[in-house]
Design a protein. Sequence first.
Lengths: 254, 382
Amino acid sequence: MNPVILVSDVVTRFGDNLVHDGISLKVQKGEIYGLLGGSGSGKSTLLREMIMLQRPQAGEISVLGHDLMSLGRKEAAWLQRQWGVLFQAGALYSSLTVAENIGIKLKEYAHLPKNILGEIVRMKIRMVGLPDYAAELYPAELSGGMIKRASLARALAMDPGLLFLDEPTSGLDPIGAEAFDKLILELREMLDLTVVMVTHDLDSIWTIVDRLAVLGDRKVIAEGSLEEVMRQPHPIVKQFFHGERGRIRSQHGK
Amino acid sequence: MKTMDHQADVRFLQDEEGELLVVSSGSWRVAALKMVVPILERQTRNIRNQSLRWDVSRISSIDSAGIVLFKHYLDQLQAQGCKVEVVGASPAQQKLYRMVTSYISASPEIRGSPQSRLLRPFNRLGELAMAFLRDINAFLSFVGENFVVLMLLLLQPWKFRYRAIVRNIQDAGVGALPIVTLTSFLIGVVIAYQGAVQLQKFGANIFVVDMIAISVTRELAPLITAIVVAGRTGSSYTAQIGVMKITQEIDAMRIMGFEPHRFLVLPRVIAVMIALPLMIFFADIIGILGGMLVANFHLNISFTEFIHRLQNVLEVKHVWIGIAKGPFFAWLIAMSGCFRGFQVSRNTESIGRYTTISVVNAIFLVIACDALFSVLLTELGI
Protein backbone atom coordinates (compact mmCIF):
# COMPACT_ATOMS: atom_id res chain seq x y z
CA MET A 1 0.00 0.00 0.00
CA ASN A 2 1.19 3.48 -0.80
CA PRO A 3 2.15 5.55 2.21
CA VAL A 4 -0.05 8.58 2.95
CA ILE A 5 2.97 10.81 3.38
CA LEU A 6 6.35 10.14 1.87
CA VAL A 7 9.26 12.41 2.74
CA SER A 8 12.54 11.74 1.02
CA ASP A 9 15.90 13.47 1.30
CA VAL A 10 14.47 16.79 2.40
CA VAL A 11 16.98 19.58 2.92
CA THR A 12 15.94 22.82 4.65
CA ARG A 13 18.15 25.80 5.26
CA PHE A 14 17.42 29.15 6.91
CA GLY A 15 20.27 31.35 5.78
CA ASP A 16 23.37 29.61 7.06
CA ASN A 17 21.43 27.47 9.48
CA LEU A 18 20.98 23.96 8.12
CA VAL A 19 17.85 22.50 9.72
CA HIS A 20 17.25 19.31 7.74
CA ASP A 21 19.98 17.47 5.94
CA GLY A 22 18.41 14.61 4.03
CA ILE A 23 15.34 13.64 6.01
CA SER A 24 13.25 10.67 4.88
CA LEU A 25 10.23 9.09 6.48
CA LYS A 26 6.93 7.37 5.69
CA VAL A 27 3.50 7.69 7.23
CA GLN A 28 1.10 4.79 6.59
CA LYS A 29 -2.66 5.06 6.33
CA GLY A 30 -4.57 4.88 9.60
CA GLU A 31 -1.66 5.28 11.97
CA ILE A 32 -0.85 7.91 14.55
CA TYR A 33 2.62 9.07 13.67
CA GLY A 34 4.75 11.05 16.10
CA LEU A 35 7.48 13.52 15.21
CA LEU A 36 9.89 13.85 18.12
CA GLY A 37 12.97 15.85 18.81
CA GLY A 38 14.38 18.52 21.03
CA SER A 39 13.70 22.20 20.59
CA GLY A 40 15.18 23.47 17.35
CA SER A 41 15.44 20.02 15.79
CA GLY A 42 13.14 21.14 12.99
CA LYS A 43 10.10 18.99 13.69
CA SER A 44 7.65 21.89 13.46
CA THR A 45 9.41 23.03 10.29
CA LEU A 46 8.96 19.57 8.81
CA LEU A 47 5.27 19.71 9.70
CA ARG A 48 4.97 23.12 8.04
CA GLU A 49 6.58 21.68 4.93
CA MET A 50 4.08 18.83 4.85
CA ILE A 51 1.16 21.26 4.90
CA MET A 52 2.65 23.56 2.26
CA LEU A 53 3.34 26.52 4.53
CA GLN A 54 7.00 26.24 3.72
CA ARG A 55 9.13 24.82 0.95
CA PRO A 56 12.23 22.73 1.48
CA GLN A 57 15.36 23.63 -0.51
CA ALA A 58 15.72 20.12 -1.86
CA GLY A 59 14.12 16.71 -1.61
CA GLU A 60 10.64 15.45 -2.16
CA ILE A 61 7.46 15.40 -0.09
CA SER A 62 4.37 13.68 -1.35
CA VAL A 63 1.05 13.66 0.44
CA LEU A 64 -1.77 11.33 -0.67
CA GLY A 65 0.27 10.58 -3.77
CA HIS A 66 0.72 14.20 -4.80
CA ASP A 67 4.19 15.64 -5.04
CA LEU A 68 4.15 18.93 -3.12
CA MET A 69 7.15 20.27 -5.00
CA SER A 70 5.39 20.27 -8.38
CA LEU A 71 1.78 20.97 -7.62
CA GLY A 72 -0.77 22.81 -9.74
CA ARG A 73 -3.03 25.42 -8.20
CA LYS A 74 -6.10 23.19 -8.48
CA GLU A 75 -4.39 20.16 -7.02
CA ALA A 76 -3.10 22.28 -4.14
CA ALA A 77 -6.60 23.55 -3.40
CA TRP A 78 -7.96 20.00 -3.47
CA LEU A 79 -5.19 18.76 -1.24
CA GLN A 80 -5.80 21.52 1.30
CA ARG A 81 -9.33 20.20 1.72
CA GLN A 82 -8.07 16.69 2.52
CA TRP A 83 -6.38 17.64 5.76
CA GLY A 84 -7.07 19.48 8.96
CA VAL A 85 -4.43 21.20 11.05
CA LEU A 86 -4.39 21.91 14.77
CA PHE A 87 -1.90 24.69 15.44
CA GLN A 88 -0.01 24.84 18.69
CA ALA A 89 -1.82 27.89 20.03
CA GLY A 90 -5.10 26.99 18.38
CA ALA A 91 -5.01 29.88 15.89
CA LEU A 92 -8.77 30.33 16.17
CA TYR A 93 -9.98 33.50 14.50
CA SER A 94 -10.47 35.80 17.46
CA SER A 95 -13.23 37.87 15.85
CA LEU A 96 -15.45 34.82 15.24
CA THR A 97 -17.36 32.64 17.68
CA VAL A 98 -16.47 28.97 18.08
CA ALA A 99 -19.39 27.96 15.86
CA GLU A 100 -18.32 30.42 13.16
CA ASN A 101 -14.74 29.23 13.42
CA ILE A 102 -15.83 25.64 12.82
CA GLY A 103 -18.33 26.54 10.11
CA ILE A 104 -16.20 28.94 8.09
CA LYS A 105 -14.60 26.34 5.86
CA LEU A 106 -17.90 24.50 5.39
CA LYS A 107 -19.59 27.76 4.43
CA GLU A 108 -16.87 28.57 1.92
CA TYR A 109 -16.63 25.17 0.22
CA ALA A 110 -19.77 23.19 0.83
CA HIS A 111 -22.74 25.42 -0.11
CA LEU A 112 -25.20 23.78 2.25
CA PRO A 113 -28.37 25.31 3.64
CA LYS A 114 -28.01 27.14 6.94
CA ASN A 115 -29.90 24.68 9.14
CA ILE A 116 -27.89 21.68 7.95
CA LEU A 117 -24.67 23.65 8.38
CA GLY A 118 -25.74 24.41 11.93
CA GLU A 119 -26.41 20.72 12.60
CA ILE A 120 -22.99 19.74 11.28
CA VAL A 121 -21.28 22.37 13.43
CA ARG A 122 -23.23 21.25 16.50
CA MET A 123 -22.24 17.66 15.84
CA LYS A 124 -18.54 18.59 15.62
CA ILE A 125 -18.75 20.58 18.83
CA ARG A 126 -20.17 17.57 20.66
CA MET A 127 -17.76 15.21 18.95
CA VAL A 128 -14.76 16.94 20.51
CA GLY A 129 -16.46 17.01 23.89
CA LEU A 130 -17.32 20.71 24.15
CA PRO A 131 -20.59 21.75 25.80
CA ASP A 132 -23.30 23.17 23.53
CA TYR A 133 -23.02 26.68 24.94
CA ALA A 134 -19.39 26.90 23.76
CA ALA A 135 -20.74 27.53 20.25
CA GLU A 136 -21.58 31.12 21.04
CA LEU A 137 -18.35 31.96 22.87
CA TYR A 138 -15.41 33.86 21.44
CA PRO A 139 -11.90 32.35 21.63
CA ALA A 140 -10.89 34.91 24.28
CA GLU A 141 -13.56 33.46 26.57
CA LEU A 142 -12.28 29.88 26.36
CA SER A 143 -9.89 28.02 28.63
CA GLY A 144 -6.72 26.47 27.22
CA GLY A 145 -8.26 23.01 26.95
CA MET A 146 -11.38 24.34 25.28
CA ILE A 147 -9.29 26.24 22.73
CA LYS A 148 -7.54 22.99 21.80
CA ARG A 149 -10.85 21.19 21.47
CA ALA A 150 -12.43 23.99 19.47
CA SER A 151 -9.54 24.11 17.05
CA LEU A 152 -9.63 20.33 16.77
CA ALA A 153 -13.30 20.64 15.83
CA ARG A 154 -12.34 23.25 13.24
CA ALA A 155 -9.64 20.96 11.85
CA LEU A 156 -12.24 18.19 11.53
CA ALA A 157 -14.89 20.42 9.94
CA MET A 158 -14.50 19.02 6.44
CA ASP A 159 -14.06 15.41 7.59
CA PRO A 160 -10.46 15.24 6.45
CA GLY A 161 -8.72 11.88 6.18
CA LEU A 162 -5.50 13.39 7.44
CA LEU A 163 -4.95 15.34 10.61
CA PHE A 164 -1.84 17.31 11.55
CA LEU A 165 -1.35 18.20 15.20
CA ASP A 166 1.36 20.56 16.40
CA GLU A 167 2.03 19.78 20.06
CA PRO A 168 -1.62 19.04 20.85
CA THR A 169 -1.13 18.53 24.57
CA SER A 170 1.29 21.37 25.30
CA GLY A 171 -0.10 23.81 27.80
CA LEU A 172 -2.68 21.35 29.12
CA ASP A 173 -2.72 19.92 32.62
CA PRO A 174 -2.03 16.14 32.88
CA ILE A 175 -5.72 15.31 33.20
CA GLY A 176 -6.65 17.50 30.24
CA ALA A 177 -3.76 16.09 28.22
CA GLU A 178 -4.83 12.52 28.91
CA ALA A 179 -8.42 13.29 27.95
CA PHE A 180 -7.20 14.94 24.75
CA ASP A 181 -5.08 11.90 23.87
CA LYS A 182 -8.10 9.68 24.43
CA LEU A 183 -10.19 11.93 22.24
CA ILE A 184 -7.70 11.66 19.39
CA LEU A 185 -7.74 7.86 19.69
CA GLU A 186 -11.54 7.81 19.61
CA LEU A 187 -11.72 10.11 16.64
CA ARG A 188 -9.19 8.05 14.75
CA GLU A 189 -11.38 5.02 15.39
CA MET A 190 -14.57 6.77 14.28
CA LEU A 191 -13.34 8.74 11.31
CA ASP A 192 -10.55 6.52 9.95
CA LEU A 193 -8.02 9.28 10.42
CA THR A 194 -4.35 9.26 9.73
CA VAL A 195 -2.70 11.49 12.32
CA VAL A 196 0.70 13.16 12.22
CA MET A 197 1.63 14.84 15.47
CA VAL A 198 4.59 16.85 16.66
CA THR A 199 5.02 16.17 20.35
CA HIS A 200 7.42 15.77 23.20
CA ASP A 201 4.84 14.65 25.69
CA LEU A 202 6.17 11.28 26.88
CA ASP A 203 2.71 10.17 27.96
CA SER A 204 1.28 10.78 24.50
CA ILE A 205 4.15 8.87 22.95
CA TRP A 206 3.54 5.89 25.18
CA THR A 207 -0.21 5.79 24.95
CA ILE A 208 -1.36 6.86 21.51
CA VAL A 209 1.50 7.02 19.03
CA ASP A 210 1.78 3.95 16.77
CA ARG A 211 5.01 4.82 15.06
CA LEU A 212 7.39 7.70 15.44
CA ALA A 213 10.46 9.38 14.05
CA VAL A 214 13.07 11.05 16.22
CA LEU A 215 14.77 14.07 14.66
CA GLY A 216 18.20 15.17 15.76
CA ASP A 217 21.49 16.20 14.23
CA ARG A 218 19.48 17.42 11.22
CA LYS A 219 18.51 13.86 10.37
CA VAL A 220 16.03 11.16 11.30
CA ILE A 221 17.98 9.22 13.89
CA ALA A 222 15.33 6.60 14.52
CA GLU A 223 12.04 5.57 12.97
CA GLY A 224 9.61 2.84 13.83
CA SER A 225 7.43 1.65 16.68
CA LEU A 226 8.31 2.74 20.21
CA GLU A 227 10.05 -0.57 20.99
CA GLU A 228 12.11 -0.35 17.84
CA VAL A 229 13.09 3.25 18.50
CA MET A 230 14.06 2.58 22.10
CA ARG A 231 16.46 -0.12 21.00
CA GLN A 232 18.45 2.48 19.04
CA PRO A 233 21.76 3.28 20.74
CA HIS A 234 21.89 6.91 19.52
CA PRO A 235 22.65 9.28 22.45
CA ILE A 236 19.71 11.57 21.71
CA VAL A 237 17.30 8.63 21.84
CA LYS A 238 18.93 7.47 25.06
CA GLN A 239 18.63 10.90 26.59
CA PHE A 240 15.01 11.13 25.60
CA PHE A 241 13.76 7.77 26.76
CA HIS A 242 16.29 6.79 29.40
CA GLY A 243 16.64 10.20 31.05
CA GLU A 244 15.02 10.72 34.46
CA ARG A 245 11.53 11.47 33.18
CA GLY A 246 11.69 8.86 30.43
CA ARG A 247 12.72 6.14 32.88
CA ILE A 248 9.89 6.90 35.26
CA ARG A 249 7.43 6.94 32.40
CA SER A 250 8.62 3.65 30.94
CA GLN A 251 8.11 1.87 34.26
CA HIS A 252 4.38 2.48 33.95
CA GLY A 253 4.05 1.12 30.40
CA LYS A 254 0.85 1.76 28.57
CA MET B 1 -7.20 8.07 -4.34
CA LYS B 2 -9.12 10.13 -6.92
CA THR B 3 -8.16 13.71 -7.43
CA MET B 4 -11.56 15.14 -8.21
CA ASP B 5 -14.67 13.85 -6.49
CA HIS B 6 -17.73 13.23 -8.59
CA GLN B 7 -20.85 14.90 -7.29
CA ALA B 8 -23.49 13.33 -5.10
CA ASP B 9 -26.73 12.43 -6.83
CA VAL B 10 -30.22 11.38 -5.80
CA ARG B 11 -33.18 10.20 -7.90
CA PHE B 12 -36.81 9.68 -7.03
CA LEU B 13 -38.34 6.79 -9.04
CA GLN B 14 -41.52 4.69 -9.09
CA ASP B 15 -40.87 0.95 -9.24
CA GLU B 16 -43.19 -1.53 -11.01
CA GLU B 17 -45.41 -2.03 -7.95
CA GLY B 18 -45.91 1.71 -7.64
CA GLU B 19 -43.70 1.93 -4.61
CA LEU B 20 -41.54 5.04 -4.39
CA LEU B 21 -37.81 4.38 -4.68
CA VAL B 22 -35.11 6.85 -3.75
CA VAL B 23 -31.73 6.05 -5.23
CA SER B 24 -28.73 7.99 -4.06
CA SER B 25 -25.32 7.59 -5.60
CA GLY B 26 -21.97 9.25 -6.05
CA SER B 27 -19.80 10.76 -3.38
CA TRP B 28 -21.73 12.11 -0.41
CA ARG B 29 -18.78 13.97 0.95
CA VAL B 30 -19.07 17.51 2.16
CA ALA B 31 -17.62 19.24 -0.90
CA ALA B 32 -19.82 17.27 -3.32
CA LEU B 33 -23.22 17.76 -1.72
CA LYS B 34 -24.42 21.02 -3.21
CA MET B 35 -26.30 19.41 -6.14
CA VAL B 36 -28.49 17.11 -4.07
CA VAL B 37 -29.77 19.66 -1.58
CA PRO B 38 -32.24 21.43 -3.93
CA ILE B 39 -33.48 18.08 -5.29
CA LEU B 40 -34.08 16.67 -1.82
CA GLU B 41 -35.65 19.92 -0.68
CA ARG B 42 -38.11 19.96 -3.60
CA GLN B 43 -38.99 16.27 -3.60
CA THR B 44 -39.36 15.54 0.08
CA ARG B 45 -41.75 18.42 0.60
CA ASN B 46 -44.53 16.71 -1.41
CA ILE B 47 -44.26 13.17 -0.14
CA ARG B 48 -46.67 12.46 2.67
CA ASN B 49 -47.97 9.25 4.21
CA GLN B 50 -46.34 6.90 1.75
CA SER B 51 -43.98 4.06 2.19
CA LEU B 52 -40.75 4.29 0.31
CA ARG B 53 -37.43 2.62 0.01
CA TRP B 54 -34.18 4.57 0.14
CA ASP B 55 -31.38 2.75 -1.65
CA VAL B 56 -27.99 3.92 -0.50
CA SER B 57 -25.93 1.06 -1.89
CA ARG B 58 -24.56 3.11 -4.77
CA ILE B 59 -23.04 5.79 -2.56
CA SER B 60 -19.32 5.47 -3.17
CA SER B 61 -18.22 7.28 -0.05
CA ILE B 62 -19.88 9.31 2.66
CA ASP B 63 -18.66 11.51 5.49
CA SER B 64 -20.31 12.94 8.57
CA ALA B 65 -21.71 15.94 6.68
CA GLY B 66 -23.34 13.55 4.19
CA ILE B 67 -24.84 11.60 7.08
CA VAL B 68 -26.21 14.77 8.65
CA LEU B 69 -27.82 15.72 5.35
CA PHE B 70 -29.25 12.21 4.87
CA LYS B 71 -30.60 12.10 8.39
CA HIS B 72 -32.10 15.57 8.09
CA TYR B 73 -34.31 14.54 5.15
CA LEU B 74 -34.98 11.09 6.56
CA ASP B 75 -36.33 12.74 9.71
CA GLN B 76 -38.37 15.13 7.63
CA LEU B 77 -39.98 12.30 5.64
CA GLN B 78 -40.79 10.41 8.82
CA ALA B 79 -42.26 13.52 10.36
CA GLN B 80 -44.53 13.77 7.33
CA GLY B 81 -45.90 10.30 8.03
CA CYS B 82 -43.82 8.31 5.58
CA LYS B 83 -42.48 4.85 6.25
CA VAL B 84 -38.91 4.76 5.03
CA GLU B 85 -36.90 1.62 4.58
CA VAL B 86 -33.21 2.23 4.08
CA VAL B 87 -31.52 -0.49 2.09
CA GLY B 88 -28.01 -1.24 0.99
CA ALA B 89 -26.07 0.47 3.74
CA SER B 90 -22.57 -0.94 4.13
CA PRO B 91 -21.28 -1.81 7.62
CA ALA B 92 -18.92 1.18 7.49
CA GLN B 93 -21.79 3.49 6.64
CA GLN B 94 -23.91 2.05 9.43
CA LYS B 95 -21.09 2.58 11.90
CA LEU B 96 -20.66 6.20 10.84
CA TYR B 97 -24.41 6.73 10.96
CA ARG B 98 -24.62 5.43 14.52
CA MET B 99 -21.68 7.60 15.53
CA VAL B 100 -23.07 10.76 13.99
CA THR B 101 -26.61 10.29 15.26
CA SER B 102 -25.33 9.76 18.79
CA TYR B 103 -24.04 13.32 18.61
CA ILE B 104 -26.98 15.00 16.93
CA SER B 105 -29.91 13.09 18.42
CA ALA B 106 -29.93 14.98 21.69
CA SER B 107 -31.78 18.22 21.28
CA PRO B 108 -29.75 21.39 21.66
CA GLU B 109 -29.68 23.07 25.04
CA ILE B 110 -32.04 25.99 25.28
CA ARG B 111 -30.14 29.22 25.40
CA GLY B 112 -32.15 32.22 26.55
CA SER B 113 -35.69 32.94 25.48
CA PRO B 114 -35.86 34.19 21.91
CA GLN B 115 -36.40 37.90 21.77
CA SER B 116 -39.19 39.51 19.86
CA ARG B 117 -38.09 41.39 16.77
CA LEU B 118 -39.90 44.53 17.91
CA LEU B 119 -38.07 44.77 21.20
CA ARG B 120 -34.62 44.27 19.78
CA PRO B 121 -33.85 47.92 18.87
CA PHE B 122 -34.86 49.05 22.35
CA ASN B 123 -32.79 46.35 23.92
CA ARG B 124 -29.83 47.42 21.81
CA LEU B 125 -30.36 51.07 22.74
CA GLY B 126 -30.41 50.16 26.40
CA GLU B 127 -27.23 48.13 26.07
CA LEU B 128 -25.50 51.03 24.33
CA ALA B 129 -26.61 53.50 26.97
CA MET B 130 -25.38 51.22 29.75
CA ALA B 131 -22.08 50.68 27.96
CA PHE B 132 -21.70 54.46 27.65
CA LEU B 133 -22.33 54.97 31.35
CA ARG B 134 -19.92 52.18 32.26
CA ASP B 135 -17.30 53.80 30.02
CA ILE B 136 -17.67 57.17 31.73
CA ASN B 137 -17.52 55.50 35.11
CA ALA B 138 -14.37 53.61 34.14
CA PHE B 139 -12.75 56.75 32.74
CA LEU B 140 -13.49 58.73 35.89
CA SER B 141 -12.00 56.05 38.10
CA PHE B 142 -8.96 55.93 35.80
CA VAL B 143 -8.55 59.68 36.15
CA GLY B 144 -9.00 59.39 39.90
CA GLU B 145 -6.36 56.68 40.23
CA ASN B 146 -4.02 58.72 38.08
CA PHE B 147 -4.60 61.78 40.27
CA VAL B 148 -3.89 59.86 43.47
CA VAL B 149 -0.64 58.50 42.06
CA LEU B 150 0.29 62.00 40.91
CA MET B 151 -0.33 63.46 44.38
CA LEU B 152 1.73 60.74 46.05
CA LEU B 153 4.53 61.39 43.58
CA LEU B 154 4.46 65.12 44.27
CA LEU B 155 5.32 64.27 47.88
CA GLN B 156 8.31 62.28 46.66
CA PRO B 157 9.29 64.06 43.45
CA TRP B 158 12.50 62.04 43.03
CA LYS B 159 10.30 59.05 42.17
CA PHE B 160 9.12 60.58 38.91
CA ARG B 161 10.39 58.71 35.87
CA TYR B 162 12.24 61.67 34.38
CA ARG B 163 14.10 59.58 31.86
CA ALA B 164 10.84 58.14 30.51
CA ILE B 165 9.35 61.64 30.35
CA VAL B 166 12.25 62.91 28.26
CA ARG B 167 12.09 59.92 25.95
CA ASN B 168 8.36 60.44 25.47
CA ILE B 169 8.92 64.12 24.68
CA GLN B 170 11.41 62.99 22.05
CA ASP B 171 8.90 60.55 20.54
CA ALA B 172 5.75 62.62 20.75
CA GLY B 173 7.23 66.10 20.26
CA VAL B 174 10.44 66.11 18.28
CA GLY B 175 9.37 63.16 16.17
CA ALA B 176 6.18 64.94 15.15
CA LEU B 177 7.85 68.17 14.02
CA PRO B 178 8.04 67.32 10.29
CA ILE B 179 4.34 66.54 9.98
CA VAL B 180 3.38 69.53 12.17
CA THR B 181 5.53 71.76 9.97
CA LEU B 182 3.87 70.55 6.83
CA THR B 183 0.28 70.79 8.07
CA SER B 184 0.63 74.19 9.73
CA PHE B 185 2.43 75.62 6.71
CA LEU B 186 -0.40 74.45 4.47
CA ILE B 187 -3.00 75.87 6.87
CA GLY B 188 -1.27 79.28 6.67
CA VAL B 189 -1.26 79.05 2.87
CA VAL B 190 -4.93 78.10 2.71
CA ILE B 191 -6.06 80.91 5.03
CA ALA B 192 -4.03 83.47 3.12
CA TYR B 193 -5.41 82.34 -0.20
CA GLN B 194 -9.03 82.28 0.95
CA GLY B 195 -8.66 85.69 2.62
CA ALA B 196 -6.84 87.22 -0.34
CA VAL B 197 -9.68 86.55 -2.78
CA GLN B 198 -12.24 88.22 -0.49
CA LEU B 199 -10.10 91.12 0.68
CA GLN B 200 -8.89 92.06 -2.83
CA LYS B 201 -12.50 92.92 -3.73
CA PHE B 202 -12.40 95.76 -1.18
CA GLY B 203 -8.80 96.73 -1.79
CA ALA B 204 -8.15 95.78 1.82
CA ASN B 205 -5.17 93.60 1.05
CA ILE B 206 -3.24 94.46 4.19
CA PHE B 207 -5.95 93.03 6.45
CA VAL B 208 -4.89 89.56 5.42
CA VAL B 209 -2.18 89.93 8.07
CA ASP B 210 -4.75 90.39 10.85
CA MET B 211 -6.67 87.44 9.60
CA ILE B 212 -3.73 85.06 9.40
CA ALA B 213 -2.12 86.18 12.63
CA ILE B 214 -5.16 85.92 14.86
CA SER B 215 -6.79 82.82 13.36
CA VAL B 216 -3.57 80.83 13.27
CA THR B 217 -2.24 81.67 16.72
CA ARG B 218 -5.52 81.62 18.59
CA GLU B 219 -7.40 78.71 16.99
CA LEU B 220 -5.86 76.86 14.09
CA ALA B 221 -2.35 76.07 15.25
CA PRO B 222 -3.51 74.58 18.59
CA LEU B 223 -6.29 72.60 16.96
CA ILE B 224 -4.29 71.23 14.04
CA THR B 225 -1.32 70.33 16.20
CA ALA B 226 -3.56 68.60 18.71
CA ILE B 227 -5.25 66.59 15.99
CA VAL B 228 -1.92 65.51 14.54
CA VAL B 229 -0.71 64.47 18.00
CA ALA B 230 -3.96 62.62 18.71
CA GLY B 231 -3.60 60.63 15.50
CA ARG B 232 0.08 60.01 15.91
CA THR B 233 0.77 59.73 19.63
CA GLY B 234 -2.62 58.96 21.18
CA SER B 235 -3.07 55.94 18.93
CA SER B 236 0.42 54.63 19.61
CA TYR B 237 -0.16 54.92 23.38
CA THR B 238 -3.28 52.79 23.10
CA ALA B 239 -1.50 50.19 20.98
CA GLN B 240 1.60 50.07 23.19
CA ILE B 241 -0.31 49.66 26.42
CA GLY B 242 -2.81 47.30 24.77
CA VAL B 243 -0.05 44.95 23.64
CA MET B 244 1.53 45.08 27.10
CA LYS B 245 -1.86 44.12 28.52
CA ILE B 246 -2.21 41.14 26.16
CA THR B 247 1.30 39.87 26.86
CA GLN B 248 0.60 40.26 30.60
CA GLU B 249 3.46 42.75 31.02
CA ILE B 250 1.10 45.01 32.94
CA ASP B 251 0.35 42.16 35.37
CA ALA B 252 4.06 41.49 35.72
CA MET B 253 4.63 45.17 36.54
CA ARG B 254 1.87 45.18 39.13
CA ILE B 255 3.21 42.15 41.02
CA MET B 256 6.68 43.71 41.13
CA GLY B 257 5.13 46.80 42.69
CA PHE B 258 5.70 48.95 39.60
CA GLU B 259 2.54 51.03 39.56
CA PRO B 260 1.49 51.27 35.87
CA HIS B 261 0.30 54.83 36.39
CA ARG B 262 3.72 55.89 37.60
CA PHE B 263 5.66 53.95 34.98
CA LEU B 264 3.44 54.17 31.94
CA VAL B 265 0.68 56.73 32.20
CA LEU B 266 2.20 59.74 33.99
CA PRO B 267 5.42 59.92 31.96
CA ARG B 268 3.32 59.91 28.80
CA VAL B 269 0.78 62.45 30.03
CA ILE B 270 3.43 64.82 31.37
CA ALA B 271 5.55 64.47 28.25
CA VAL B 272 2.68 65.39 25.93
CA MET B 273 1.64 68.25 28.24
CA ILE B 274 5.15 69.70 27.95
CA ALA B 275 5.61 68.98 24.25
CA LEU B 276 2.28 70.16 22.88
CA PRO B 277 2.50 73.88 23.92
CA LEU B 278 5.99 74.05 22.43
CA MET B 279 4.73 72.47 19.24
CA ILE B 280 1.85 74.94 19.10
CA PHE B 281 4.31 77.84 19.30
CA PHE B 282 6.33 76.22 16.53
CA ALA B 283 3.17 75.75 14.45
CA ASP B 284 2.29 79.45 14.99
CA ILE B 285 5.56 80.50 13.41
CA ILE B 286 5.32 78.11 10.47
CA GLY B 287 1.66 78.95 9.82
CA ILE B 288 2.33 82.68 9.75
CA LEU B 289 5.33 82.04 7.52
CA GLY B 290 3.11 80.18 5.06
CA GLY B 291 0.64 83.05 5.04
CA MET B 292 3.44 85.57 4.60
CA LEU B 293 4.73 83.84 1.49
CA VAL B 294 1.28 83.77 -0.12
CA ALA B 295 0.68 87.42 0.85
CA ASN B 296 3.95 88.31 -0.85
CA PHE B 297 3.34 86.46 -4.09
CA HIS B 298 -0.36 86.95 -4.40
CA LEU B 299 -1.17 90.28 -2.76
CA ASN B 300 2.16 92.06 -3.24
CA ILE B 301 2.64 92.67 0.47
CA SER B 302 6.37 92.72 1.09
CA PHE B 303 7.86 90.79 4.01
CA THR B 304 8.79 94.00 5.89
CA GLU B 305 5.32 95.39 5.42
CA PHE B 306 3.85 92.10 6.66
CA ILE B 307 6.00 91.98 9.78
CA HIS B 308 5.39 95.64 10.55
CA ARG B 309 1.65 95.09 10.37
CA LEU B 310 1.98 91.89 12.38
CA GLN B 311 3.62 93.77 15.26
CA ASN B 312 0.76 96.24 15.34
CA VAL B 313 -2.22 93.88 15.14
CA LEU B 314 -1.16 90.65 16.84
CA GLU B 315 -1.65 91.19 20.55
CA VAL B 316 0.49 88.79 22.51
CA LYS B 317 -2.56 87.50 24.40
CA HIS B 318 -3.70 85.63 21.28
CA VAL B 319 -0.46 83.69 21.20
CA TRP B 320 -0.67 82.97 24.92
CA ILE B 321 -4.27 81.79 24.68
CA GLY B 322 -3.33 79.41 21.86
CA ILE B 323 -0.39 78.03 23.79
CA ALA B 324 -2.37 77.79 27.01
CA LYS B 325 -4.81 75.41 25.34
CA GLY B 326 -1.91 73.05 24.72
CA PRO B 327 -1.70 71.35 28.13
CA PHE B 328 -5.47 70.85 28.25
CA PHE B 329 -5.56 69.25 24.82
CA ALA B 330 -2.48 67.21 25.68
CA TRP B 331 -4.04 65.88 28.87
CA LEU B 332 -7.19 64.81 27.02
CA ILE B 333 -5.22 63.09 24.24
CA ALA B 334 -2.75 61.25 26.46
CA MET B 335 -5.34 60.24 29.03
CA SER B 336 -7.79 58.85 26.51
CA GLY B 337 -4.95 57.07 24.69
CA CYS B 338 -3.69 55.39 27.87
CA PHE B 339 -7.18 54.69 29.22
CA ARG B 340 -8.23 52.84 26.05
CA GLY B 341 -4.97 50.92 26.11
CA PHE B 342 -5.87 49.53 29.53
CA GLN B 343 -9.29 48.52 28.25
CA VAL B 344 -7.84 46.16 25.63
CA SER B 345 -8.90 42.62 26.49
CA ARG B 346 -7.36 39.30 25.61
CA ASN B 347 -7.90 39.15 21.87
CA THR B 348 -5.83 40.83 19.20
CA GLU B 349 -8.83 42.34 17.47
CA SER B 350 -9.60 44.59 20.41
CA ILE B 351 -6.28 46.46 19.98
CA GLY B 352 -7.46 47.75 16.63
CA ARG B 353 -10.89 48.59 17.98
CA TYR B 354 -9.66 50.48 21.01
CA THR B 355 -6.99 52.34 19.02
CA THR B 356 -9.69 53.64 16.70
CA ILE B 357 -11.91 54.54 19.65
CA SER B 358 -9.08 56.35 21.42
CA VAL B 359 -8.29 58.55 18.40
CA VAL B 360 -11.94 59.35 17.76
CA ASN B 361 -12.44 60.16 21.45
CA ALA B 362 -9.33 62.32 21.62
CA ILE B 363 -10.23 64.38 18.54
CA PHE B 364 -13.78 64.86 19.75
CA LEU B 365 -12.66 65.87 23.23
CA VAL B 366 -10.11 68.31 21.84
CA ILE B 367 -12.72 70.03 19.68
CA ALA B 368 -15.27 70.08 22.51
CA CYS B 369 -12.65 71.57 24.83
CA ASP B 370 -11.78 74.17 22.21
CA ALA B 371 -15.42 75.16 21.89
CA LEU B 372 -15.61 75.52 25.66
CA PHE B 373 -12.56 77.80 25.60
CA SER B 374 -14.10 79.95 22.87
CA VAL B 375 -17.33 80.46 24.77
CA LEU B 376 -15.58 81.04 28.08
CA LEU B 377 -13.01 83.50 26.77
CA THR B 378 -15.55 85.44 24.77
CA GLU B 379 -17.85 85.74 27.79
CA LEU B 380 -14.88 86.89 29.86
CA GLY B 381 -14.04 89.43 27.19
CA ILE B 382 -10.49 88.17 26.66
